[in-house]
Design a protein around this ligand. Structure first.
Ligand code: GLY
Ligand code: MN
Ligand code: MN
Length: 438
């Protein structure tokens, strides 16, 4: 299951169709990143570059020049090099970029200083996302200044810079049928990994054992990377929103919160489940868990075309605030506690975010100052939570140190929505049953 070559061509065409006349776009690839001394982190391509090329090598630049007769799509990439390829692996080279990746033309990266100023010269607009890559920003300015220095010989420097992000990210926000297929698979693999963690959970094991089980399940299904660092937090660690140490012991009587998702063919899944180490929820855990689940289901019910981005979030705030009053964790009137933000002592993040090639994916949340409407093809997470700080002496002891989050990935469809991560249970009886069978 891969994004097809023709879809990459379509994406570039769509983007070029939205660019102004007499313009050019520059999209740099990611570089390799040192982990220690002379070893690198596993390479991850820049999402914008990958979206437009499917090209997974570091150190390249995609150049789009709508209307150029000699070729509208030009890639600069690493040249073939038998010695380097023997050590570090295959390179497509400029020939492969044309024959296998559908580029109109391609050149070695080493020639970019000689060729690119000529492509920029005379263009009115440069589409480029400035401020994300210092080294490349400087190179772009160097090429522009090179043209400026030749002004007296008749050279015409580019008129202005336009942020590429707006056009490109608006396009990335709407997932195609192929993207949805890939994201469904990312969701299914990640759901299976969470099921496995529930089955393999035992008192006395460590958080990293569950992390290992999850990563193993990802890799066995062809998803070599996690989309983000996995969170496995048992007991009060579940109340640390970005806990990634994952090194404590699993104790009977505690809940464990796992927030983990794979990256599959460049697309992220993002799932959170919370379950008891022992396989049975206690009374207090059950009460908070059921409240978070009720909030999550209320929010998912709000995901449909025409509703705004904020409606699912507002639904979680209402359900959680009312529930916390009923359980005695908050005192006062629902309306006042929402207005004052008192619920934020327990629920301090938003209900979700866009999801796609990046886990916190691109796309605006507001349009013309208003929350934007949901439309088919958008994919978002729904992830309410309740976290009672271990040191919160304002609430009864039985609640303290309990952290619960439930997170699913949801695609907006013409009729409503589709939950892409339904393969892992979230109802208490289903979780208890799965864990008892494990
Ligand atoms: N795992 C990151 C998030 O849920 O936003
Ligand atoms: Mn998330
Ligand atoms: Mn998450």
């Amino acid at each position: 299951m891969k994004i097809s070559k023709s879809e990459y061509t379509r994406r570039r065409k769509n983007l070029m169709a939205m660019m102004e006349a007499n313009s050019i776009a520059l999209i740099p690839a990611a570089g390799e990143c040192t982990r220690s001394r002379d070893t690198e982190y596993t390479f991850r391509q820049d999402s914008d570059f990958l979206y437009l090329t499917g090209f997974e090598e570091p150190d390249g630049v995609l150049v789009l020049i709508p209307g150029r007769r000699a070729g509208q799509v030009v890639l600069f990439c690493r040249d073939r090099d038998p010695e380097m390829e023997l050590w570090n692996g295959y390179r497509a080279g400029p020939e492969g970029a044309v024959s296998d990746f559908g580029m109109d033309d391609a050149f070695p990266m080493d020639d970019i200083d000689d060729i690119l100023p000529g492509l920029l010269e005379g263009k009115q607009h440069i589409y480029y996302s400035m401020g994300h890559n210092d080294a490349f920003d400087r190179r772009v300015m160097g090429w522009v200044n090179q043209i400026r220095r030749q002004i007296r010989t008749g050279a015409k420097p580019p008129g202005d810079f336009t942020d590429l992000a707006f056009l490109l990210h608006e396009q990335r926000l709407f997932k195609s049928a192929q993207e949805l297929r890939v994201m469904r698979r990312a969701g299914a693999i990640s759901a299976e990994a969470h099921c496995r963690a529930m089955r393999e959970c035992r008192e006395g094991r460590f958080e990293y054992h569950l992390e290992g089980a999850i990563l193993h399940e990802f890799a066995e299904n062809g998803a070599r990377a996690a989309a983000y660092n996995s969170i496995v937090g048992a007991g009060p660690n579940a109340c640390v929103l970005h806990y990634t140490e994952n090194r404590d012991k699993l104790r009977s009587g505690d809940l464990v919160l796992i927030d983990a998702g794979c990256e599959y063919q460049g697309y992220a899944a993002d799932i959170t489940r919370t379950f008891p180490v022992s396989g049975r929820f206690s009374e207090a855990q059950r009460a908070l868990y059921d409240l978070v689940l009720k909030a999550q289901l209320a929010a998912i019910a709000k995901v449909r075309p025409g509703n705004t981005w904020n409606q699912p979030h507002d639904a979680t705030v209402r359900v959680i605030t009312r529930g916390l009053i009923e359980l005695g964790l908050l005192r006062g009137k629902e309306k006042d506690l929402i207005k004052s933000g008192a619920y934020r002592d327990f629920y301090m993040h938003r209900a979700g975010h866009w999801l796609g090639m990046d886990v916190h994916d691109v796309g605006d949340y507001r349009v013309d100052g208003k929350w934007r409407q949901l439309e088919p093809g958008m994919v978002l997470t729904i992830e309410p939570g309740i976290y009672v700080a271990p040191g919160n002496t304002k609430v009864a002891k039985k609640w303290r140190g309990i952290g619960v989050r439930i997170e699913d990935d949801v695609a907006v469809t013409p009729e409503g929505c589709e939950v892409l991560t339904a393969g892992v249970p979230k109802a208490i009886e289903d979780i208890e049953q799965l864990m008892a069978a494990g």
